[in-house]
Design a protein around this ligand. Structure first.
Ligand code: FAD
Length: 388
């Protein structure tokens, strides 16, 4: 057993830290105020090839593993870029995994290089307003007409749909009452986000203003058959394949955010003097911070274990879900503690920790809630009856 990073992993982390250093607190505070998508930041990562970190080399990627992608995403969030920086590139990093695994050679050649080069952005359209976490109940329909499908329906919370040229959509191709199992009859498409047939309405939300989330309405969007990924009716299965690595990456982002919040809180606790001594000399201030550190370290070990298993082709469902749960909860506690440690200044935007607290709610809620992870672990690991 070896708990150290390889020299290559250390070098990767340092390279990301160097790029992020060009985008300091003021840049992210400004994006949080004006809501402008951080294009310069994405371009800087794309320029050095980082968007293709875990894409196959034959399509322009670096061919590295989820472990390396997790190191990268943690470093981005930890730089102070938070979820704004991480979410701006998250979909490019791993979103097209279904194309890599289930796409044809022609699809990979057509779809992957523009995404890796940062010339195209993609959004991921799964969640619907009326189905919640029960994905098998999706109502968006893709009807086959000759050599194309016609998509109608509504999605919600779709991130980056304001700026994306492409969309990965999960839609029902066979009605629910005509399939043997609820997980059948859904198909996956990667296609143009043709705004003549797709209405995108931004949701005014709590944090991460610069990376939009939207209601998306599909009105007779025509999708050529060659944009369907894999076989018709097996989309749910394809999406499941990418869920574990996605949970690992979002967990890494939550730990990064927790660590930067902890660092800011610790520095402030050393400097701020009240009653003639630094506030950090009080155990009521230092103990919660020490607990935050331990929880974040534990979550990070679970992330690395899950990533290590995924990269070796071992099952990692329990570990990836546990990592996402532990990281999001530890990240949240650290961000909350950072605000409290700053007292009144914690509520002021110029100290940044209130931005971190608003943003850390995202990895808690998405892409799966903590409650559903507990349900999953109870059922799959402990063998208790399925509760959902
Ligand atoms: C900022 C942001 C960005 C997002 N980006 C995207 C995106 O790009 N693409 C996309 O497809 N989606 C996206 N999402 C959606 C996100 O994945 C969902 O919001 C999340 O999966 C929860 O689904 P829901 O909102 O429908 O909650 P619901 O399913 O309505 O659940 C509501 C609450 O009830 C609980 N609950 C439900 N059923 C049970 C049960 N059986 N047992 C116990 N508790 C239960 C849940 O845990 C949760 O706390 C995003 C969300 C946010 C907030």
């Amino acid at each position: 057993m070896d708990f150290t990073f390889t020299p290559e992993q250390d070098a990767l982390r340092e390279a990301i830290v160097r790029i992020c250093a060009g985008f300091g607190d003021e840049y992210w505070l400004q994006r949080d105020k004006d809501g402008a998508f951080p294009r310069e930041f994405c371009a800087a990562l794309a320029k050095d090839g980082w968007l293709g970190i875990c894409m196959p080399e034959e399509y322009g990627g670096a061919g590295l593993g989820i472990t390396e992608a997790a190191i990268m995403m943690q470093a981005i969030a930890q730089s102070g870029a938070g979820m704004t920086g991480a979410s701006a590139v998250h979909m490019n990093i791993f979103g097209l995994n279904p194309v890599v695994v289930f796409g044809t050679e022609e699809q990979k050649r057509r779809m992957l290089p523009p995404l890796i080069a940062g010339q195209e952005r993609a959004c991921f359209a799964v969640t619907e307003p009326n189905t919640g976490l029960d994905t098998t109940q999706l109502r968006t329909r893709a009807e086959k007409r000759g050599d194309r499908y016609v998509v109608n329906g509504q999605k919600i919370w779709i991130s980056t749909a304001q700026v994306a040229e492409k969309v990965l959509i999960l839609a029902r191709t066979t009605p629910l009452d005509q399939v043997k199992r609820r997980t059948e009859g859904l198909s996956l498409f990667y296609t143009d986000l043709d705004r003549r047939h797709v209405d995108v309405r931004e949701i005014d939300k709590m944090g991460r203003k610069a990376v939009d989330s939207n209601e998306v309405f599909f009105d007779n969007l025509e999708v050529p058959e060659e944009d369907r990924i894999g076989e018709e009716g097996r989309g749910f299965e394809y999406i499941l394949h990418g869920l574990n690595p996605e949970r690992i990456l979002i967990a890494a982002e939550a730990v990064g955010l927790g660590l930067v919040a902890l660092e800011r809180a610790t520095n402030y606790a050393k400097e701020r003097r009240v009653f003639g001594r630094p506030i950090g000399q009080n155990q009521a201030i230092q103990h919660p911070l020490a607990a935050n550190w331990m929880e974040l370290q534990a979550a990070q070990l679970m992330i690395l274990q899950a990533a290590w298993r995924y990269d070796r082709g071992l099952s990692c469902g329990a570990e990836a879900n546990a990592a996402k749960y532990l990281a999001a909860e530890a990240g949240f506690k650290a961000c909350q503690q950072a605000v409290m440690t700053h007292g009144g200044f914690g509520y002021a935007r110029e100290y940044h920790v209130e931005r971190f607290l608003r943003e850390v709610m995202i990895p808690r809620i998405a892409p799966v809630s903590p409650q559903l992870i507990l349900c999953f672990i109870a059922e799959k690991v402990l063998g208790l009856p399925k509760s959902y």
